[in-house]
Write a protein that binds this ligand. Structure first.
Ligand code: NAD
Length: 484
């Protein structure tokens, strides 16, 4: 692996402490970091390298997946870190940063390979990119890469604008847009699930699949993020990025052994085949929900509009259910249902594939075969088959064939993604085409919400969402599977 400088904006932020330093440290102890590397973290306040290294040490103690019990390893890692105070709006600070980056590169014999990681609010992305260029930091002799966090724009137009600005400094191949769902081990498995399992390959189309359901439910409410969330809603926070990425990952048809270019092309094909929503079809395919007071695990919780920071008349969506159609050779006539929400009964991200029942009516079961991919909090797969009820041989009952990950801890999404970015593998990052097509798909929904032309359906906290979401699926003769 090539040596490199890892240059982190927002180095004193919450995300850096919870995810980025623990990920880098775990890669380091797993010998997945380059032999020679420098980490330069930035924040606004002045502080010494040593004080900052102590902050990182504390974050490792609290958040590292692996135990932090080898002082030599911890010190070896901390020694690679320097701190640089910088205000993203002050061009002169970038010159100071450049001095520090170059002096560390010289010291550690690093050949100008640079990763710029923007773990800051998205309104800074453009400013940082243009200052990086003006300061000469991007005119390096080695390679350069940009990692950015979500959100990528807040609608189609702002996303296009941001992309135009970033493209003035970085080529598309140099931009790594993080969607941390793509870093989850079970999601990464979707790439090979169908292509490397002949059983599934044989069944993987509209001939045998009745519908596909993708659920990402949370039990938490808006927490302290009302300022952000009330302006975004589930549609921007979850659907435009994570949910549509899961849809692309489960429905793309890949040949065995595909590279990043192939994966991206197939994902783009899915998005291009999505049937667009228009004024006539939108209200019958989109459910907009908001939670009211209720109970989560036996404890009473308030409704959304009385959460701190949320306006009392907010019509923000804390829940979305969607029916989508992929009009291509493999998937035409198979409904895909997406559902995501806060303050729901269960914390779970899963994909359920329901198989058709050619023998419907001739058997004594109502349970179709299911393939269930559990992504979070458990990682695993199960298949639901039918067997004889041992107490009553006339009857059938469902049985599950399980395969869940062993007790060993799996790498975290951020470990996988940062490792890939260091190696220059962009398979599990969102390409601009995917982002743009996702915004194109979602834009009519944003407009409809803006015009209030889709009713807001309420659901009590601790439920599986509004009744309208059940009806959406029932209208096609189905039901949401595995609701508790
Ligand atoms: P945070 O508020 O904890 O940290 C923000 C960081 O930005 C701090 O290091 C701060 O010093 C720096 N900063 C702010 N203004 C600055 C300025 N003018 N000049 C230089 N630095 C400045 O936020 P966070 O939770 O670490 O998240 C960072 C970004 O990542 C968010 O804005 C969000 O867009 C994105 N994100 C966060 C999460 C998450 O789980 N926290 C998840 C997805 C995306």
């Amino acid at each position: 692996m090539e040596n490199m400088s890892f240059i982190l904006y927002g180095g004193t932020g919450d995300l850096a402490k919870r995810k980025i330093y623990p990920a880098l440290f775990n890669l380091y102890i797993d010998h997945k970091m380059p032999e020679s590397f420098s980490i330069i973290a930035m924040g606004r306040k002045e502080q010494s390298h040593a004080d900052f290294q102590q902050i990182v040490a504390n974050s490792l103690q609290t958040f590292s997946r692996r135990k932090v019990n080898d002082p030599a390893a911890v010190n070896g890692f901390l020694e690679s870190i320097r701190y640089c105070s910088l205000n993203v709006n002050h061009p002169e600070d970038y010159h100071k940063l450049r001095g520090m980056v170059e002096s560390r590169e010289k010291e550690l014999n690093i050949s100008g390979n640079r990763i710029f990681y923007l773990s800051v609010a998205p309104e800074f992305f453009e400013t940082i990119a243009s200052n990086l260029k003006d300061s000469g930091l991007t005119a390096t002799t080695g390679w350069k890469r940009l990692i950015i966090e979500k959100p990528f724009g807040r609608d189609l137009e702002s996303a296009r604008h941001l992309n135009r600005e970033l493209s003035k400094v970085f080529d598309e191949e140099e931009i790594y847009r993080i969607d941390h769902y793509l870093g989850k081990p079970m999601v990464q498995n979707l790439e090979i699930l169908e292509s490397s399992n002949p059983i599934l390959k044989a069944l993987w189309s509209n001939h045998h699949i009745a519908n596909v359901q993708i659920t990402a439910s949370e039990t938490v409410g808006v927490e302290e993020r009302a300022g952000y969330y009330d302006n975004s809603g589930a549609i921007r926070d979850m659907v435009q990025n994570h949910m549509l990425q899961l849809l692309m990952m489960i429905s793309m048809r890949l040949p065995r052994k595909s590279d990043a270019t192939e994966v991206r092309m197939k994902k783009r094909n899915v998005m291009e085949s999505l049937r667009p929503l228009d004024k006539e079809t939108i209200a019958s395919n989109v459910i907009r929900g908001q939670y009211t007071e209720g109970e989560i695990q036996g404890k009473p919780v308030p409704g959304y509009t009385v959460e701190p920071g949320v306006p009392a008349n907010s019509k923000n969506d804390t829940f979305i259910a969607l029916r989508l159609w992929i009009d291509n050779y493999f998937w035409s006539d198979v409904p895909f249902y997406i559902r995501t929400g806060k303050r729901m009964k269960e914390k779970s991200t899963r994909i359920v594939i329901e198989f058709k029942e050619p023998l419907k009516g001739q058997t004594t079961t109502n349970d179709p075969n299911l393939l269930v991919i559990e992504i979070n909090p458990n990682e695993g797969i199960f298949i639901q088959l039918n067997k004889k009820d041992p107490m009553n041989n006339e009857k059938l009952e469902p049985m599950r064939v399980n395969c869940f990950s062993s007790g060993e801890e799996l790498p975290e999404a951020y470990e996988n993604l940062i490792f890939d970015a260091i190696r220059g593998d962009s398979t599990f990052f969102a390409h601009w085409d995917e982002v743009e097509l996702s915004w194109e798909y979602v834009q009519p929904i944003l407009d409809a919400f803006e015009q209030d032309s889709i009713p807001l359906s309420y659901y009590p906290a601790g439920s599986n969402g509004p009744e309208a979401s059940d009806k959406l699926v029932q209208a096609d003769g189905f039901k949401w599977w595995l609701d508790k």
